[in-house]
Design a binder for this molecule. Structure first.
Ligand code: SAH
Length: 356
């Protein structure tokens, strides 16, 4: 049993079952035993791999997309270049490398990273040693200034609540105890006014998920973009609206039981982009249409970039370069499962690749 399992079991014995959100939050970010708090989970030796870790081309495309948008918005100086949940700092390093030749951009930017994990903060400091970087605890600390922000596989790590429809009411997923071990159960049915819009597109027994932490984060970002200019690009796996159980755990690149080893497995859920778009619109910004990752990267020119890189490669290196391109863009891999959404002050000012 993991130390965190022991702690959670004792807590449930004292105070009763906890919501999935509370469970997820402890598993991922408990100060002593949390998954992100205690390790670097990325890469081949870790539990999962992300787009920036697969190939530099991902960060290059996103970097040029943001840089072009900065130029299109009149190249404001100074401006904040920010990332939430930067992992090992690879994406930001690629963005900074590819934008070096954009006149005036590096002189104007202030890099801000929002990261909860001390272990990953240290990795980011190493990857970005050549740059001046400010770390923030939360998006609330972002300066009041033009803001270009990126988040890749961040929102999927935020705690979710999960509800099963029961007539006109909903039963919430809870973590409780059965025979002394952690087990998933459902609360008694209760009305859920915030799920009223889902009465028309769900039926009895359907599962929907909400992510209470996401909207306040998007609100902070969108408020700055609406007021001072800039853009945000969010990339994650998920869909427009949540439907069905997407709560999952990964350990050593394998799907595992999310309750089996709290604190040792990565817990995620699909992102419902509609909620992000609505929060942005309520804060006065414009949200793009959601676009599949493969299509976005295609529009941003990843094929030409892949070909240019390929001319310098041969043998195994060329093979793995082609495999990385497929992984990022192919519908059978990340190409359609992963989606992107952009925010901007107006529809005309959305970054390249995105439709209003
Ligand atoms: N964007 C990176 C890493 C994705 S993993 C990549 O694409 O490789 C999720 C990241 O979000 C990690 O850096 C994790 O520590 C961070 N994170 C998770 N929950 C967070 C929170 N509530 N606040 C800030 N960072 C968080």
């Amino acid at each position: 049993m993991t130390p965190l399992a022991d702690l959670l079991i004792r807590r449930i014995r004292q105070t009763g079952p906890m919501s999935l959100a509370e469970f997820m939050s402890d598993c991922l970010l408990h100060p002593e035993h949390g998954y992100y708090t205690t390790r670097d989970p990325l890469g081949a030796g870790g539990d999962f791999t992300t787009a920036p870790e697969i190939s530099q081309m991902f960060g290059e495309m996103i970097g040029l997309c943001l840089a072009q948008n900065w130029l299109d918005q009149g190249a404001p100086s100074p401006f904040v270049l920010a990332e939430i949940g930067p992992g090992r700092g690879t994406l930001m390093a690629d963005i900074l490398r590819v934008t070096k030749t954009v006149p005036g951009l590096h002189a104007a930017l202030q890099v801000h990273l929002i990261e909860a994990s001390p272990t990953l903060k240290a990795a980011q400091a190493k990857a970005l040693a050549a740059y001046q970087v400010t770390w923030l605890e939360s998006v609330m600390g972002l300066p009041e200034a033009p803001l270009w922000l990126v988040a890749n596989e961040f929102f999927d790590a935020l705690p979710i609540r999960q509800f099963t429809r029961d007539g006109a009411r909903w039963r919430e997923a809870q973590v409780g105890l059965a025979d002394g071990t952690l087990t998933l159960g459902l609360s008694a049915a209760a009305p859920m006014p915030e799920l009223a819009p889902r009465m028309s597109d769900t039926k009895d027994g359907d599962i929907v998920e909400t992510c209470p932490a996401a909207a306040p984060i998007v609100t902070e970002i969108a408020t700055r973009i609406a007021q001072y200019g800039g853009a945000a690009v969010f990339v994650d796996y998920g869909d427009w609206r949540s439907l069905g159980d997407t709560f999952q755990a990964l350990e050593a690149h394998q799907m595992v039981d999310p309750l089996a080893r709290p604190g040792s497995a990565d817990l995620t859920a699909h992102v419902a982009f509609e909620a992000l778009a609505h929060a942005a619109q309520n804060a006065g910004a414009v949200a793009s249409q959601m676009i599949p990752q493969g299509m976005l990267l295609g529009r941003l020119g990843i094929s030409a970039r892949a070909e240019a890189l390929a001319t310098k490669l041969s043998g195994e290196a060329l093979k793995s370069h082609i495999a990385a391109f497929d992984r990022l863009t192919s519908p059978a891999e990340m190409g359609t499962l992963f989606k992107a959404l952009a925010l901007a002050p107006t529809a005309k000012l959305l970054p390249p690749g995105f439709d209003a």
